[in-house]
Ligand binder design. Structure first.
Ligand code: COA
Length: 162
């Protein structure tokens, strides 16, 4: 069985991420959305919340599961029997950073291949931090996130303002 990982911090998961997951699910037998703890990034949502949101958002795709991890991506991949990491490439600015991470991961484990899929134009400039900013300023971001994320963001910022 060919297993692929789609890793990220997913703070929160967006339609751009879901596009990558959906494409990966058509290429592999099973896809694990790997939600990194990423404590250094001081995420808005806890790891448990990010995992729950990603689970709800991907519930309709049969061959996708979601797991949190707090270790090296290569270690997690090995533990799960995954030999492929799938990432989305948006604008050219992603390239340098992704190139560095892929090279590092490759040095740590040469059996793990990284595959890039190109994001469609509507998600080219989408990121989780832009969504968080729009939500905190009550902007319109409905088309960028699944409905469970919209509800979670509204609740989070309503709590902050209360
Ligand atoms: N659509 C929409 N947004 C996307 C996207 C897409 N297709 N691809 C990436 N993004 C966004 C992410 O939401 C994130 O946004 P933000 O910074 O505004 O929150 C940003 O682009 C960066 O994404 P990404 O490169 O996936 O970084 P990440 O922090 O989400 O995840 C890990 C990086 C988790 C994959 C990486 O840190 C990791 O592997 N960590 C585990 C520890 C480890 O092994 N470290 C050594 C790595 S060499």
């Amino acid at each position: 069985m060919k297993i692929a990982l789609v890793p990220g911090t997913f703070d929160p998961i967006t339609n751009g991420h879901l596009d990558v997951v959906a494409r990966a699910s058509q290429l592999f037998d099973h896809v694990i959305v790997a939600v990194a703890a990423s404590e250094k990034k001081r995420p808005l949502f806890t790891l448990e919340q990010r995992v729950a949101l990603a689970r709800e958002a991907t519930a309709s795709i049969d061959n996708v599961s979601v797991e949190g991890f707090d270790e090296l991506l290569t270690t997690f991949a090995k533990r799960k029997g995954a030999h492929v990491v799938v990432k989305g490439l948006r604008a050219i600015t992603d390239f340098e950073y992704e190139f560095q991470m892929t090279a590092m991961n490759y040095q740590m484990d040469t059996s793990i291949e990284t595959l890039f899929v190109m994001s469609p134009p509507e998600y080219m400039y989408l990121s989780s931090s832009i969504v968080r900013e729009l939500a905190s300023l009550h902007g319109d971001y409905d088309r960028f996130v699944p409905s469970c994320v919209k509800v979670a963001l509204e609740r989070r910022f309503a709590d902050e303002e209360a």
